[in-house]
Design a protein around this ligand. Structure first.
Ligand SMILES: *[C@@H]1O[C@H](CO)[C@@H](O)[C@H](O)[C@H]1NC(C)=O
Ligand SMILES: *[C@@H]1O[C@H](CO)[C@@H](O)[C@H](O)[C@H]1NC(C)=O
Ligand SMILES: *[C@@H]1O[C@H](CO)[C@@H](O)[C@H](O)[C@H]1NC(C)=O
Ligand SMILES: *[C@@H]1O[C@H](CO)[C@@H](O)[C@H](O)[C@H]1NC(C)=O
Ligand SMILES: *[C@@H]1O[C@H](CO)[C@@H](O)[C@H](O)[C@H]1NC(C)=O
Ligand SMILES: *[C@@H]1O[C@H](CO)[C@@H](O)[C@H](O)[C@H]1NC(C)=O
Ligand SMILES: *[C@@H]1O[C@H](CO)[C@@H](O)[C@H](O)[C@H]1NC(C)=O
Ligand SMILES: *[C@@H]1O[C@H](CO)[C@@H](O)[C@H](O)[C@H]1NC(C)=O
Ligand SMILES: *[C@@H]1O[C@H](CO)[C@@H](O)[C@H](O)[C@H]1NC(C)=O
Ligand SMILES: *[C@@H]1O[C@H](CO)[C@@H](O)[C@H](O)[C@H]1NC(C)=O
Ligand SMILES: *[C@@H]1O[C@H](CO)[C@@H](O)[C@H](O)[C@H]1NC(C)=O
Ligand SMILES: *[C@@H]1O[C@H](CO)[C@@H](O)[C@H](O)[C@H]1NC(C)=O
Length: 600
C-alpha cells in the first residue's frame, strides 16, 4: 500500500469489496505489495520476476491431510508467484500464492501440509475458506523434487540448506511473507488481522508441529494429524518389523499376519462396551488380551496380485492427495502372492508380539514405542520370490532409505539386507539420527510458549490403529508439552490450562491419516470449521466431531473423547462416556532409558 501511488491506493482501498479479481490480479499490484528489503529480516524479494494471472474454473485442491470432503465446485483465483533470496546466500526461493476473489476473501491465510518427504505443492487448499494459500519451492525445487532426493550432495555430504528448509524454515518464511503481501494485495491497512491456519497429516502433521514450535506467533490455528515427528525414531521404526523377523528367524506369510490382526480385532472389539468392529480401546486390548490365544487358528488367502503403497500412505491419501509423480510411482508397486493356507503359529505370534512391544536394546532398556495392538502389521509383510517360490525379508524403503541416506550418508535408496543388524544397531541408528537432526527434522521441541502466549490454538489428532506412525508417539509429545510447560501445576490444573489452547484426540480404529478398511470407525470431517470457530468466535471444543463412513453404523456421528479421557460404550447402545482410567493412561506412557538425552 505504501508503495503504490496515492490515488491508486485510495481508489483500491475504498472499493476493495467491489474490486474484481481481474482488478487486483496484476503484476504491478503484486509488486507494490512486496515488502521492501530489510522489512522481513532474511528475506530479500526480487520483484522483477513476480507473476500474477487469474485462473478460472479451477477445481478444489483439498489435498493431503485436509479432512474436508472433496468438493466438485469450481472457483477462480489469482495465481501469484514471487521470488526471494536469503541475503548474501545467492539462493532462489519461488513461492506461489493463490488469492481468492476480493468478494470471497475472509481475512484468512491457509497453509496445507505435504506428506512423505514432500511439502505441499498446491496453494489452493484455502480457497474454500476464503483464505489465501501458499506453496514453496523451498530453495531446492520442491515442486519437482522430494527432499530425500536432494538431502545428499553426494556420499557423506548433507545438504543442510534443504534440510532446514524442509524441516521448518520454508513454510515459516512462506507464511510470514504471504501474510505481509495479503494486506497490501487487497488494499487493507497493514494492521488488519489475517487469521492464519495450518492443516496437515503425516509429514504434514510434522510440518504443522514444526510451525507451532518454530514460528508460533505466525499461526492462529494449527490442525496436526498423525505427525511424523520424533523423526529419527519414527523412520528407523520402519525397519523394526523386518529386524524382528530377521532376529527371530521367522517370516510369517502376509496371510498369517492378517489373520493375527483380524483375530485381535474380533477379540478386542467388545472390550470397549460395544461390538461394532472397532477397537475403541486399544489400551484395554493391550491390558487384557493375550495374542497367544490365536495360535492354531486357521487362515486362508487366495492368490492375488496386490498393490502395495509406499511411504505409509493410505489409499485415500493417494486418491485425494496430489502426490508427486515419483511418489505415485513408488506408491503403487504390484506384487504377486500365492494362495496361503495354514494355521497361526507360535512363531508368527512371537513376531507380532515383539513388534507391538516395541524396541529395546540388549540391556533391556526401552528405546521406542510401537503401534497399538490391533493395528495392521504392514511393515512386516515379506515379499514372495517367484523364482525361488519362497518368502523373502522385505525392508520397507521408508525406513531403509532413512538409514542409508540420513544415517549412513550413502546415496542408496534402501538397505540391501539386515546382515549383522541387531536391535542395538537400530537403537544406534536412532541415536545418530536424533542427535544429527535434533534441531531440524526431529521436531519435538516441547516448549510452545510463543504459540500459546500469542493466542494460538492447536488441534492434534491421531488414528488409534495407525500402522505407520504409532498413536502413542502423539500421546508422548502431548505428555512432554504438558510436563515441560506446566511443571508446577497439579494434574487437574495442568489439564485445564492445556486444553484452553492444545487439544489432543485419538480417533478409534482409524489408520494412517484416514479410515481403516479393517475397522469401520469414525473419522473427523470438519476440523477446519471447528478450528475457525475456536479462533475467530472463541468457541472452544471439548469433544471432536467425527462421522462413521462405512459398516453397520455408517452415518453415525461420534463426538470423540478428548485425551486423556477414553470412550466406554453403554452396552451396545449408541452412546458412550468419556472416562478417566489411570491404568489405561499408564499403558500409553513410556520412558526411553536407552537414550541418555531426554526424548520429548
Ligand atoms: C532486494 O534484494 C535483492 C537481492 O538481495 C535484489 O535483487 C532486489 O533488487 C532488491 N530489491 C529492491 C527493491 O531493491
Ligand atoms: C467458467 O465456467 C463458466 C460456467 O461453466 C463458463 O461460463 C465460463 O466461460 C468459464 N470460464 C472460463 C474462462 O473458462
Ligand atoms: C501459475 O503461474 C505460474 C507462473 O506463471 C505458472 O507456471 C503456473 O502454471 C500457473 N498455475 C496455474 C494453475 O495456472
Ligand atoms: C481380514 O479381514 C478382512 C476384512 O474383514 C478380510 O478382507 C480379510 O480377508 C481377512 N484376512 C484374513 C487372513 O482373515
Ligand atoms: C499369554 O499366554 C501364554 C500361553 O498361555 C503364556 O505363556 C504367557 O505368559 C501369556 N502372556 C501374558 C502376558 O500373560
Ligand atoms: C497376476 O498377474 C499375472 C500377470 O499379469 C497373471 O498371469 C495372473 O493370473 C494374476 N494372478 C491373479 C491371482 O490375479
Ligand atoms: C490435485 O488432484 C486433483 C484431483 O485429481 C487435480 O484435479 C489437480 O489438478 C491436482 N492438483 C495438483 C497441483 O496436482
Ligand atoms: C486348506 O488346507 C486344509 C488342510 O490341508 C484343507 O482341508 C482346506 O480345504 C484348504 N483350504 C483351501 C481353501 O484350500
Ligand atoms: C527372477 O529371475 C529373473 C530372471 O532371471 C530375474 O530377472 C528377476 O530379477 C528374478 N526375481 C527375483 C525376485 O529374484
Ligand atoms: C556412494 O556410496 C555407495 C555405497 O558405497 C556406492 O554404491 C556409490 O557408488 C557411491 N556413489 C558415489 C557417487 O560415489
Ligand atoms: C557380519 O559379521 C561377520 C562376523 O563379524 C563378518 O564376517 C561379516 O563380514 C559381516 N557382514 C556384514 C554384511 O557386515
Ligand atoms: C459434524 O460433522 C458433520 C460432517 O461434517 C456435520 O454435518 C455436522 O453438522 C457436525 N456436527 C457438529 C455437532 O458439529
Amino acid at each position: 500500500m505504501r508503495r503504490v501511488s496515492g490515488v491508486a491506493v485510495a481508489a483500491l482501498a475504498a472499493s476493495v469489496n467491489a474490486a474484481s479479481l481481474a482488478d487486483v490480479c496484476t503484476v504491478s499490484n503484486v509488486q507494490a505489495a512486496l515488502p521492501a528489503n530489510g522489512t522481513l529480516l532474511g528475506i530479500n524479494l526480487i520483484p522483477s520476476v513476480s507473476t500474477a494471472s487469474v485462473v478460472y474454473n479451477a477445481t478444489a485442491g483439498g489435498g493431503m491431510g485436509s479432512a474436508s470432503t472433496t468438493s466438485t465446485e469450481t472457483f477462480n483465483y489469482c495465481n501469484v508467484t514471487v521470488t526471494y533470496t536469503h541475503p548474501g546466500k545467492g539462493d532462489t526461493v519461488v513461492v506461489k500464492y493463490a488469492f481468492p476473489s476480493p468478494s470471497d476473501f475472509k481475512n484468512r491465510f491457509y497453509v496445507e501440509g505435504g506428506g512423505g518427504f514432500s511439502l505441499s505443492s498446491d496453494a489452493t487448499g484455502g480457497i474454500e475458506y476464503g483464505a489465501v494459500g501458499g506453496a514453496t519451492s523451498a530453495g531446492y525445487d520442491a515442486f519437482d523434487y522430494s527432499y530425500d532426493e536432494v538431502v545428499l550432495y553426494g556420499n557423506g555430504s548433507i545438504n543442510w540448506d534443504a534440510t532446514y528448509m524442509f524441516g521448518y524454515q520454508a513454510l515459516g518464511e512462506m507464511t510470514r511473507l504471504g501474510k505481509a503481501i495479503t494486506n497490501d494485495f487487497y488494499g487493507l491497512s497493514s494492521d488488519t488481522k489475517i487469521y492464519t491456519y495450518y492443516e496437515g497429516c503425516s509429514d504434514g502433521g510434522r510440518e504443522g508441529m514444526s510451525q507451532v514450535q518454530r514460528w508460533g506467533d505466525e499461526y492462529d490455528g494449527v490442525i496436526a494429524g498423525a505427525p511424523a515427528f520424533r523423526f529419527a525414531q519414527q523412520q528407523v521404526l520402519h525397519v523394526f518389523s523386518s529386524a524382528v523377523e530377521h532376529t527371530l528367524d521367522y517370516l510369517p506369510p502376509p496371510c498369517e499376519l492378517d489373520k493375527i490382526v483380524n483375530a485381535t480385532i474380533a477379540a478386542c472389539d467388545p472390550l470397549d462396551g460395544r461390538t461394532d468392529g472397532v477397537i475403541s480401546r486399544t489400551d484395554l486390548c493391550k491390558l487384557n488380551f493375550n495374542l497367544s490365544s490365536i495360535i492354531g487358528e486357521s487362515y486362508y488367502c487366495a492368490a492375488e496380485n496386490s498393490t502395495s503403497l509406499g511411504f505409509g500412505f493410505s489409499k485415500r491419501d493417494v486418491e485425494r492427495g496430489n502426490l508427486s509423480k515419483r511418489q505415485a510411482a513408488e506408491g503403487s508397486t504390484t506384487s504377486y502372492q500365492p494362495a496361503q493356507n495354514g494355521t497361526v503359529s507360535a512363531e508368527g505370534v512371537a513376531v507380532a508380539q515383539a513388534i507391538y512391544d516395541g524396541i529395546f536394546n540388549s540391556k533391556g532398556e526401552r528405546a521406542y514405542l510401537s503401534w497399538q495392538i490391533g493395528s495392521e502389521l504392514s511393515d512386516a509383510d515379506p515379499t514372495w520370490n517367484s523364482n525361488t517360490s519362497a518368502w523373502e525379508l522385505n525392508i520397507p524403503s521408508t525406513g531403509g532409505e532413512y538409514v542409508t541416506k540420513f544415517v549412513q550418508l550413502l546415496d542408496l535408496d534402501n538397505l540391501s539386507n539386515l546382515d549383522n543388524v541387531t536391535y542395538d544397531t537400530l537403537v544406534s541408528w536412532m541415536e545418530t539420527g536424533m542427535v544429527r537432526y535434533l534441531d531440524s527434522l526431529q521436531t519435538t521441541v516441547p516448549d510452545l510458549t510463543t504459540f500459546q502466549s500469542s493466542g494460538g490454538k492447536l488441534l492434534h489428532y491421531h488414528g488409534e490403529s495407525d500402522p505407520s506412525i504409532p498413536a502413542a508417539s502423539s500421546v508422548h509429545y502431548w505428555q512432554s508439552v504438558r510436563s515441560i510447560m506446566y511443571p508446577h501445576l497439579s494434574e487437574e490444573e495442568s489439564l485445564q490450562a492445556l486444553e484452553d489452547w492444545y487439544q489432543f484426540y485419538l480417533v478409534p480404529g482409524a489408520a494412517h491419516c484416514g479410515t481403516n478398511t479393517l475397522q469401520p470407525g469414525p473419522y473427523p470431517q470438519n476440523n477446519m470449521e471447528i478450528m475457525i470457530d475456536w479462533v475467530e468466535n472463541g468457541v472452544k471444543p471439548s469433544r471432536l466431531n467425527a462421522t462413521v463412513s462405512s459398516g453397520t453404523y455408517a452415518g453415525e456421528t461420534q463426538m470423540l473423547c478428548q485425551w486423556p479421557t477414553r470412550p466406554l460404550w453403554h452396552g451396545n447402545s449408541s452412546s458412550f462416556d468419556c472416562v478417566n482410567d489411570q491404568k489405561s493412561i499408564e499403558s500409553w506412557t513410556y520412558t526411553f532409558p536407552a537414550f541418555k538425552v531426554p526424548v520429548y
